[in-house]
Design a protein around this ligand. Structure first.
Ligand code: FAD
Length: 297
């Protein structure tokens, strides 16, 4: 932080437990929270590091680095790094999630980037946010406004934020965990597509999961992200795939394609013709069981 011509180093706070974190945030509700710090460090626009007066590092808070599992869900602490999540949750991770994480940046960066840092950004939706939303994950947020205890908990379904905007984290609030239901999706597809001749590395993300039993679609979710900003999720379109034979018959294919085209045009501003064409091809290929479909094993 600059004060006149002088550089004042920020005060760095490193709580070791949730109760220490609660006390610190209660006293300093406006302190900058730092997970892996990748976003905070990269988004510096001056030559000198410009940081706020108080920074709370979250990587040593024991409760935020835990990974637990039961038959119904996987609970991941907010400060778990993406690489640790990938390696430790291993066989329990839905393959679409493993694939998504493997395609984010590099191992060195994934060793720093955290779960919470990847979903907390106020105006950017990460690849992880999209796929966690698709898999119906909930985020746990604690409010440390009031003194004592471990904070007041609220839980938000990421999918609800598709319509209601970005995750809204107030001052004195901290993301503490993600809860991911364990659902058996038999088929999945994750495509991260860069438009030729642009610098945007993740212009279009198309992610789908389906549950197919006895050649019948029992569940289907499709989610699309453009330019890290706009999320598309049409609940009615998804339910139209349910109960149909898998792979889709030519008649069902034409019917579903028409619904998809209609749904994409209601969101006209978000999709260029190029994107619409790619989305239609990828989604229909998936539902027709062509090479873009990856059985879960
Ligand atoms: C080179 C590079 C490549 C990248 N590649 C990809 C990519 O392929 N796909 C992709 O989706 N993204 C990519 N990103 C973006 C990346 O997802 C974000 O930078 C992400 O924020 C990194 O996580 P972090 O833990 O380091 O965040 P931090 O910098 O620690 O935090 C980010 C924000 O979250 C807040 N925050 C952190 N923890 C909490 C918490 N527990 N509660 C509340 N708020 C919190 C911080 O205050 C800050 O505002 C890339 C970034 C870089 C620099």
């Amino acid at each position: 932080m600059m004060q006149g011509n002088r550089y004042i180093a920020p005060e760095i706070l490193e709580p070791l437990s949730l109760s220490q974190l609660a006390q610190i945030i209660h006293r300093r509700p406006r302190a900058l929270l730092m997970g892996g710090g990748v976003h905070v460090r990269v988004n510096q626009d001056s030559e000198l590091f410009s940081l706020p007066a108080e920074i709370v590092l979250l990587h040593k808070v024991a409760e935020l680095t835990r990974l637990t599992r039961n038959d119904h869900f996987l609970e991941v602490g907010a400060s778990v790094t993406l690489q640790h999540f990938l390696e430790q949750a291993g066989e329990y991770l839905p393959p679409i999630l493993s694939q998504t994480i493997k395609e984010i940046a590099t191992v060195a960066l994934r060793n720093q980037m955290t779960i919470a840092g990847s979903i907390a950004l106020p105006n950017y939706r990460s690849d992880l946010f999209v796929v966690l939303a698709l898999l119906e994950a909930k985020v746990e947020i604690r409010d440390f406004t009031h003194r004592g205890g471990r904070g007041k908990i609220r839980k938000e379904a990421l999918l609800r934020l598709v319509r209601e905007g970005f995750l809204d984290i107030a001052s004195a609030e901290v993301i503490t965990a993600i809860r991911l239901p364990i659902t058996h999706w038999t088929h999945w597809q994750y495509r991260k597509i860069q438009r030729p001749f642009t610098s945007d590395q993740r212009t279009l993300i198309i992610a789908m999961v389906a549950r197919v039993e006895k050649a019948m679609v029992l569940g289907f979710h499709l989610i699309i992200l453009t330019h890290g900003q706009h999320l598309f999720y049409d609940y009615n379109l998804n339910t139209q795939a349910i109960g149909r034979r898998y792979p889709l018959s030519p008649k069902d294919r034409d019917y579903f394609l028409e619904l998809l085209q209609e749904s994409l045009t209601t969101d006209e501003e978000s999709f260029s013709d190029y994107m619409r064409h790619v989305i239609e091809e990828v989604v229909i290929d998936f539902l027709q069981g062509r090479n873009s479909t990856f059985p879960q094993g």
